[in-house]
Design a binder for this molecule. Structure first.
Ligand code: MCN
Length: 755
């Protein structure tokens, strides 16, 4: 029986539960000095002077500023249309553009002394007007990069409107959805260390998701051959898309080279809240039109993305929103226009979902609005517009080529699981009785894209002298459980117990290549590559066994249940992996039991349906999420336990956006949510237990049949909860509640409806 599809406990958890996880902060690093960043306290200002005298007076402290920096700005990424002049100086030169911009670095033997010294660095600012609202930024009145002549960093889609887009529509509704700015809040904040060997070779220990890509960027930045750089990512306590190489890590390498000493820095939580890139921050104006029968004919979407002070990945999120605009629906005509603008705020980058939640949050609100206008049940309008189960592969009007799906099946399953009809009955009763606590039921049916840009991943499998196996992968697990699932994939192919397979990752000296982990692509490409490498090892092993048994390799078979190879039909002379490895070791032939593979795939499209049930107290405006039932179909599941864990975490993030989290700035660009006191980061106590329901529709794109699951819960949950809150308030004439749909925004929506 195959181990795949079984709820195998996570191999890595024993290490974590015993406190044996190894993070950058607790790696032994002899003689490492501490790095503290002096960050801007103003959102937009000219720097007219930096006085380090008092700080330098502290013991064993050194301070460096832009005057010491020989490197040019970091970024922006070489995306088409992006003004190359919008790069970020590693240390601010003359001007700061957000609270958190780095002005100077303090290097100290003692970290506490470094923190004191940083506070003593006196910066003279000449304040400039700050622009925080992307709409204001788009007016180009206050420019962040005067040389660029505009704050618009990138455009996508087309500004042209087709006047006939809504021809033939009986009903047309419009609205706006602001997918609010969020902070990724990984449990382990960022951390980095760097050292230079006697030969000038750099080692960087990074809390990252992408060790191999980081090596390339570091090598490129310092004009080195990539072989001169080693990146090691030990255990990483979460990343959620935000932990990709940034200025801080580059500065650490720069300091190690310049000082000839190992250096280390670990972000504080409040530093993380302003310095680690944020996510979302996209405003979407939509118009949807359809027939009286509820058939959607046309959809127009205009996205205004706040890219933050320096355009990085965030500037390109509208491209993903555009691609996924159609959701699970067969919409004949779609028009999209996207603009990304720079503002005096923390840069925006990827955050769990990155561009796709924005698409599904919008189309799911639009569908509900249209249903309300037509007096139709939200489940029914969805049914009337789904891309049919037999229509795959299917290319949408927004140019996404969906691989496989069963959207109506997911909706049926979630409605059955939640008891939809009974809930509607209860809702009706409460409405009729005029209860102060109203029930809201929200549906979202979503599709998302994983491995969005046809990436390739590397996998290697090697049999060890004791007959176990090592999997080396270019993917990088930072909470996702690859040490278990990738071991399961190889174990199944090799016929070994999963305990005998160890997964290695994150050290660029040990793993030949890799792209890392983001976009929920690891299993479908990294897992698939590991599986193919294991297949190759089996074929190579058969040749070795054939030599030992004096048979033809084509006659040798692997008994996957016992992990033994023998001549077909003659199990009596079988050779186990342990025997084979031992004999091959003695003969100097163990290297024959090792194979490398790369696997490239087109994107896959996981999908699902969520139903949220909320209670809204119409007097106090308190919102309570009572239930959330989630059907998330990620194709064939490798490990349903881990997949469920991913759904749980993902749903928590989605609910956090729907009800709690919002990074807020004042008009001068001061962050008002710079700590967990002001930023409503929910804990388990704030959330109900999720009800996750399995559904598996394999993809034809890889031999595992697996799509991604890491971001699905997030993408499905927000619109379900959002729709539920609006649904609860429908009898009061409420058509929209801003995100997060918390007490304050519910109160505002009720006041507006009354007015
Ligand atoms: N899996 C499975 N069957 C499938 C698909 C996945 O059993 N059909 C398993 C995988 O083998 C893996 C896990 O589920 O152990 C997630 O796999 P996958 O969907 O391939 O996603 P990635 O491993 O590429 O993870 C990336 C994704 C992203 S983009 C974000 S953001 C995110 C997430 O994963 N950040 C996380 N989950 C996170 N979980 C934790 N704990 N911490 C983060 O920072």
């Amino acid at each position: 029986m195959s181990i795949l599809g079984h709820r195998v406990l996570r191999k890595e958890d024993s290490r974590f539960l015993r406190g044996e996880g190894r993070y950058v902060e607790n790696l032994p690093l002899d003689g490492a000095v501490a790095v503290t960043f002096v960050r801007s306290l103003l959102a937009h200002a000219r720097i007219t002077g930096i006085d380090t005298t008092a700080a330098q007076a502290l013991p064993n402290v050194q301070i460096l500023t832009a005057a010491d920096m020989e490197l040019g700005p970091f970024g922006p990424p070489p995306f088409p249309g992006l003004d190359p002049g919008m790069g970020r100086p590693l240390l601010a030169v003359d001007r700061v553009r957000f609270v958190g911009d780095i002005i100077a670095v303090v290097v100290s033997d003692d970290r506490a002394v470094g923190v004191d010294a940083a506070e003593l660095v006196a910066v003279d600012y000449d304040p400039l007007p700050a622009v925080v609202d992307p709409h204001e930024a788009a007016k180009d009145e206050v420019l962040l990069f005067p040389e660029a002549g505009t704050n618009v960093a990138a455009r996508s889609g087309s500004p042209e409107h087709d006047e006939k887009l809504f021809d033939g529509c009986d009903v047309v509704v419009s609205g706006t959805l602001v997918s609010q700015r969020m902070a990724p809040c990984p449990l382990e904040p960022r951390s980095a260390a760097a050292a230079v060997g006697p030969d000038g070779r750099i080692t960087a220990w990074l809390s990252t998701q992408t060790p191999h890509q980081d090596r390339m960027v570091i090598a490129g930045t310092f004009g080195l051959d990539p072989a001169q750089v080693r990146v090691v990512a030990p255990d990483v306590g979460g990343g959620f898309g935000a932990k990709m190489l940034n200025v801080e890590e580059v500065l650490l390498v720069w300091l190690a080279r310049r000082l000839g000493r190992p250096v280390r820095w670990t972000e504080t939580r409040s530093e993380s809240m302003v310095a680690l890139p944020h996510g979302r921050a996209e405003r979407l104006d939509f118009t949807i039109g359809g027939t009286r029968e509820g058939k959607v004919l046309a959809y127009r979407l205009a996205a205004l993305q706040d890219a933050g002070a320096y355009p990085v990945l965030g500037a390109f999120l509208p491209n993903l929103t555009a691609l996924m605009a159609s959701g699970v629906y067969a919409i004949p005509r779609i028009e999209f226009e996207g603009r990304s603008v720079v503002t005096n705020t923390t840069p925006i980058s990827a955050f769990r979902g990155a561009g796709r939640p924005e698409a599904s949050q919008t189309i799911e609100r639009a569908l509900d609005l249209l249903a309300a206008e037509l007096g139709m049940d939200p489940a029914e309008i969805r049914r009337r517009n789904f891309i049919a189960k037999d229509a795959f592969p299917h290319t949408t009007a927004s140019h996404a080529a969906y691989d496989s799906g069963d959207y109506e099946g997911a909706l049926d399953l979630v409605l059955r699981s939640v008891g939809y009809d009974e809930l509607r009955d209860e809702q009706r009763r409460r409405r009729e009785q005029g209860d102060t606590t109203q029930l809201g039921i929200g549906i979202s049916t979503y599709v998302e894209i994983t491995n969005g840009v046809d990436e390739t991943e590397f996998g290697e499998v090697e049999i060890t002298p004791d007959g176990g196996a090592i999997v080396r992968t270019g993917s990088f697990s930072h909470g996702q459980g690859h040490e278990t699932t990738f071991a399961m994939i190889a174990a199944e192919r090799l016929g070994l117990p999963v305990e005998k397979v160890t997964v290695h990752k994150g050290d660029t000296d040990e793993i030949a290549k890799g792209t890392g982990t983001y976009g929920s692509k690891s299993t479908q490409i990294g897992g698939a590559a590991a599986g193919l490498a294991a297949d190759d090892v089996v074929e190579q092993a058969k040749r070795l066994v054939a030599d030992y048994l004096e048979a033809s390799p084509t006659d040798i078979v692997l008994d996957p249940a016992l992990g033994r190879m023998h001549v077909a039909g003659d199990p009596s002379t079988a050779i186990s992996w342990a025997d084979l490895a031992s004999r091959a070791s003695d003969d100097g032939r163990l290297a024959e039991l090792k194979a490398e593979r790369e696997f490239k795939s087109a994107p896959s499209f996981p999908f699902g349906a969520h139903v949220a049930v909320v209670e809204v107290d119409t007097e106090t405006c308190r919102v309570e999420l009572r239930r959330l039932v989630a059907v998330d179909d990620a194709g064939t599941l490798i490990n349903p336990l881990i997949a469920e864990g991913q759904v749980h975490g993902g749903v928590a993030t989605g609910v956090a956006q729907a009800l709690y989290e919002h990074v807020v700035y004042d008009d001068d660009g001061n962050p008002l949510t710079g700590t967990f006191v002001g930023y409503a980061f929910p804990s388990a106590a704030d959330l109900p237990s999720w009800e996750a329901v399995e559904m598996e529709t394999p993809t034809p794109l890889n031999a595992l049949g697996a799509k991604g699951i890491g971001e699905s819960g997030t993408i499905g949950a927000t619109p379900a909860v959002h729709n539920a809150v609006v649904d609860a308030l429908a009898p009061f004439g409420v058509r929209n509640v801003d995100l997060p749909a918390n007490g304050e925004n519910v109160w505002r929506a009720l006041q507006e409806a009354k007015a």
